[in-house]
Design a protein around this ligand. Sequence first.
Ligand SMILES: O=C(O)CCC(=O)C(=O)O
Ligand SMILES: [Fe+2]
Length: 135
Amino acid sequence: MHTDMSCVTIVCQDEIGGLQVRSREGKWMDINPCADTLVVNVGDLMHAWSNGRLRSSEHRVVLKRNVSRFSVAFFWCFEDEKVISAPDEVVGEGGARIYNPFVCREYLKFRESSERGKFDKVGFTVKDFAGDLKQ
Ligand SMILES: O=C(O)CCC(=O)C(=O)O
Ligand SMILES: [Fe+2]
């Protein structure tokens, strides 16, 4: 289970399927394969930029049978040196930023070097890195 570090991810999975996304309520939902259809995921950078309005959902791949599966993912990120800080227009009047501003490169480094995140991408999210200022 992980969230994507990207801004937006585009996934193409074959007919075997297996991709699951966790709902706000914590329920795992199958993303059933559909011919000529791509899956678009919001990643952590977009989640932080949108001040949490767009959710970077936890997802995983679960195979119900012992078969080979093929998928390809395209991860679109902001440039390394960009600072992610939700714009005033997104935060809205009277609203508050829920994350500290951060540099994209630093977040990617954090995810790639942290014990839990190293190989299987499981673990930390932007909340762990930039704090959740609401809490
Ligand atoms: O294989 C898939 O369907 C999803 C892969 C994925 O979530 C990822 O590479 O981040
Ligand atoms: Fe992913």
